[in-house]
Design a protein around this ligand. Sequence first.
Ligand code: AMP
Ligand code: AMP
Length: 331
Amino acid sequence: MIISTVGSHSALQILYGAKKESFSTKVYCLKGKEQLYKRYPVADQIITVDSYSDLLEKKYENEEIFVPHGSIIATLGKRALDIPIPMIGNREGMYWEMIREKNLELLNKANIRTPYTYKPEEIDKLCIVKFPGAKGGDGYFLCSSYQEFEEKIGELIKEKKVSEEEASNAQIQEYIVGVTMYPHYFYSPIYDRVELLGIDRRYETNVDALGRLSQSHSKISPTYTVVGNQPLIARESFLHKLLDYGDLLREVSVDSFHPGLIGPYCIEMALTDKEIVAFEFTSRIVAGTSLYISGSLYSKILFDEEMSMGRRIAREIKLAKEQNRLDDIIS
Ligand code: AMP
Ligand code: AMP
C-alpha cells in the first residue's frame, strides 16, 4: 500500500511517518522541487508534475492513499476536492475550511468564540483584513477606519497583489491581541476518540519581529506571512479547554458534513488575558505538526512511542486496513 502527498508544506514528516509504519511512499513534486526529496530519504517514488492541477487527471495506483495539506488548498482551492486519489479524511471538511463564512459558522456552532466581523463601513476599531484561501497571511493588513480600509485595499489592487474578486471577498475581523496557539487534533474512527497530539505557534514575518523594535519605530505596518513554527506547551489548566474545543468541533462537524472531521485537524486561536478566540479551523494536517517528528509531550504519553502526526495518519490507515475499515477513514 502507498501513502502519497505533494512535495511541500509537511511532506517530509508525512512521508517519514508513513515509512515508520512500513508503507511505500510517493511524492508529487513541482518541476524543480525534487531536490529536497532526493536529499532526505523519505520518498520511494518522486513524480514530477507541471502543476498541482495534473493531480486532477492523475491515474493513481491501486491501494494509494493521498494525504492532503495546505499547499493543495492554497493552489487548487475547491478543485482540490476533485483529486481522484482516495484521501485520508473527509474532503467535505476541506470545503468548509476554504469558505471563510463556513469556517466561522462551524466554530460558532461549536460555541467557540470567533472574532467579530465587520462590513467596511462599520470599521470603528483595529481590524485585520484577510483574503480567501490558505495563503498563510499573505497580503493581510490592519486598519481602523473605512477610509483607511479603502486606501489600503485600493493600493493592493493597484499593485496587483490582490484581485478585484479577492478584494470583494475580503474578510474584515476584529484584531485579537493575544498569544497565538495552534492545537493539533486527530479524530480516530478506529479508537472513536479525539487526540490532542501537539501545539505550535506560528512565526510570522514581520509581525513577530516588531517586538524587537522600540515604540518610536512603531509606524511599520505588520505583515502576517508565515515563515516557520515554534513549539508550545500550554499551561496545563488550559488543556481542559483545548480538549473540549477539539471534541466540540468534531461533534458539530458530524451534523454539518457527515461523517464529520476525520484524521488531523486544527483550531487556530489566540489567547487573550480574558478568553480564547479562534480565527479558523483546518480540516487536515497543519505544517506546525512537523515540529514533533519524534513526538510531543502529549503524543508520547498517549502512545509511549515517537508518534508524529504523519505517523499517526499512517497508523490509522494501517489499523483501518487490518480491520477492513478503510472506508471509515478515507473519502
Ligand atoms: P507552501 O507549500 O509552503 O507554499 O505552503 C502552502 C500554504 O500552507 C502556505 O500558503 C501557508 O498558508 C501554509 N503553510 C506552509 N508552511 C506553513 C507553516 N510552516 N506553518 C503554517 N502554515 C504553513
Ligand atoms: P489565518 O489566515 O486566519 O490563518 O491568519 C494568519 C495569521 O494572521 C494568524 O496566524 C494570526 O497571526 C493573524 N490573524 C488572523 N486573524 C486574526 C485576528 N482576528 N486577530 C489577530 N490576528 C489575526
